[in-house]
Write a protein that binds this ligand. Structure first.
Ligand SMILES: [Zn+2]
Ligand SMILES: [Zn+2]
Length: 409
C-alpha cells in the first residue's frame, strides 16, 4: 500500500431497528438506532465506515437531516456523512426486487442526501411502506435499478448473494446468463460488487468462475449493535468517503479491498442444507438437495455451501489476482467464556473488538480476562476452534478449541 493510501475498516450492511421512536426493521433490536451506531461503531467495534442500509426510510432520512442541521454530522465533499469522532456513514438502502417470481435483496449506496431524497422519491410508487426497512419494489427491474445508480453516482450490489431465501443465486442459475435464467451480460458486469453473506467465503465463491471479475464484500448484516463488525472489510482508500469506496469496489488505481474479515462460513445460519420436516441438517459433502432421512426435497432449506457446490464450475477455488485474503474470524461474543462483562472489560482495557480479535498481544488479553480467554482468542487466530456448522436459520457454534479438539471432534 502506497503512502497516499490508508486502511479503513468498513462494514457496509448495518440496519436500523428504530428511528423517531418507531420501528424501521422490525426484526432488529430497538437499541440499534442511529445514535447507538454513532456511539459504538468506532469506540467499541473499531469501524471507520458504516453502510446504513436503512438510510432511505422516512424516519432515518429525517434523523440524518436533523443531525446535519445540529452539526452532529457533516456532509463530506466526496460523499457520505462524518460524525464528530470521525465515523463515516454511507447512505444506502436494501431493496427487494422480484426476479423470476422470487424475492432478491440488493444494496444501493448513494453519494449524498440529495441522491438519498431522489432515491426515496423514485422508489415511492413501487413500495408499500417507505418507513420500513428492505421494502419490496415489485415491478422494478434490476436493469432499471442499475441505470438509476449510474445516474446518481451510486452503486448496486447483490446482498448475501447465496442465501436460500433472498440471495441472488437462489433465483438465478448463472449471473451473466440472459434473462430469465440470469441477469444478462447487459447487467451483470454493472454490479459494483457482491456481498458474500455470513455462510460463504471467498474460497467457496471463487469456485464459480463468473464471480472472478467481482469485488467481494464481507459485511455483518447487523440487526443489533453487538453484531456490527462481525464481518467487515479493510479498504485501501485515500480518504474515508463514498467516492473513494465506490472507486475501491471498481479497483481503480491503488484502491482495493485489502482483507475480507468474515465469519467462518461454517458458523453462518444457512451454511448447510436443513430439512424442516425432520429437523436434520445435512452432513454429506455438498450439494445435498434431498433429505437423507425422509427423502423429500420440498421442505429443505438449501445450504449456501450446497447451492454454491451446485453452481460451481471449478472443483477447487481459483482466486483471481485481485482477490484479497479472507481472514476468518469468530466474533468475541461467540467465544466460550467471553460474556458481556468480560467483553466490556477487554474493550475498556485494550481497545475496540477488531483490535482485540486480531492484534492485541495475547498476554494482555490473558491479563485482563484470564488464561482461558487468551487461549481461545489464540485458537481463533490460528483457526483451530472446533465448530459445529449452522443451517436452516440456526447459527453454528464454537464447541471447543485447541487441546479440547480430540474430545469434542
Ligand atoms: Zn437482506
Ligand atoms: Zn427430512
Amino acid at each position: 500500500m502506497s503512502s497516499a493510501m490508508t486502511g479503513f475498516y468498513a462494514d457496509l450492511h448495518v440496519h436500523i431497528g428504530q428511528a423517531g421512536g418507531r420501528p424501521v426493521k422490525i426484526t432488529a433490536s430497538s437499541a440499534l438506532t442511529l445514535q447507538g451506531i454513532l456511539t459504538t461503531a468506532r469506540s467499541q467495534k473499531g469501524l471507520d465506515l458504516v453502510g446504513l442500509v436503512d438510510a432511505v426510510t422516512t424516519a432515518v432520512r429525517r434523523e440524518l437531516a436533523e443531525a446535519l442541521a445540529a452539526g452532529t454530522l457533516r456532509s463530506l465533499g466526496g460523499g457520505g456523512l462524518a460524525s464528530r469522532d470521525g465515523l463515516v456513514l454511507l447512505l444506502g438502502a436494501e431493496i427487494e426486487l422480484v426476479l423470476r417470481g422470487r424475492p432478491v435483496h440488493f444494496l444501493v449506496f448513494v453519494p449524498s442526501m440529495v441522491e438519498l431524497e431522489a432515491m426515496a422519491a423514485r422508489l415511492e410508487p413501487y413500495v408499500k411502506n417507505p418507513s420500513l426497512s428492505t421494502q419490496q419494489a415489485r415491478d422494478l427491474g434490476v436493469a432499471e435499478l442499475v441505470a438509476w445508480c449510474e445516474e446518481w453516482g451510486a452503486a448496486c450490489l447483490p446482498a448475501h448473494a447465496f442465501t436460500p431465501h433472498r440471495g441472488l443465486y437462489g433465483a438465478m442459475d448463472q449471473l451473466a446468463a440472459e434473462p430469465p435464467r440470469g441477469l444478462g451480460t447487459a447487467v451483470a458486469p454493472r454490479l459494483a460488487a457482491l456481498e458474500l453473506g455470513l455462510s460463504a467465503d471467498s474460497a467457496m465463491a471463487d469456485c464459480c468462475s463468473e464471480l472472478h471479475q467481482l469485488t467481494f464484500l464481507s459485511n455483518s448484516d447487523a440487526h443489533s449493535l453487538p453484531s456490527m463488525g462481525r464481518e467487515c472489510n479493510e479498504l485501501a482508500l485515500r480518504a474515508a468517503e463514498w467516492d473513494e469506496v465506490r472507486r475501491c469496489l471498481q479497483r481503480t488505481g491503488e484502491r482495493q479491498v485489502l482483507t475480507n474479515y468474515g465469519l467462518d462460513p461454517v458458523l453462518g445460519k444457512y451454511h448447510r442444507t436443513f430439512c424442516a420436516a425432520c429437523g436434520v441438517q445435512a452432513t454429506d459433502p455438498p450439494p445435498v438437495l434431498r433429505c437423507s432421512v425422509c427423502g423429500q426435497e420440498r421442505l429443505m432449506t438449501l445450504g449456501v455451501a450446497d447451492r454454491l457446490a451446485q453452481v460451481a464450475d471449478r472443483p477447487f477455488p481459483e482466486h483471481p489476482p485481485h482477490r484479497p485474503p479472507y481472514r476468518k474470524q469468530v466474533p468475541l461474543s461467540m467465544l466460550p467464556g467471553v460474556g458481556t462483562v468480560t467483553l466490556r472489560r477487554l474493550v475498556e482495557a485494550l481497545g475496540p473488538e477488531l483490535f482485540i480479535a486480531h492484534q492485541a498481544p495475547l498476554e494482555r488479553i490473558a491479563a485482563v480476562a484470564g488464561e482461558r480467554v487468551g487461549a481461545v482468542v489464540d485458537a481463533m487466530r490460528r483457526g483451530t476452534l472446533v465448530l459445529q456448522p449452522g443451517g436452516g436459520g440456526r447459527y453454528g457454534r464454537v464447541v471447543g478449541h485447541g487441546a479440547a479438539r480430540d474430545r469434542v471432534g
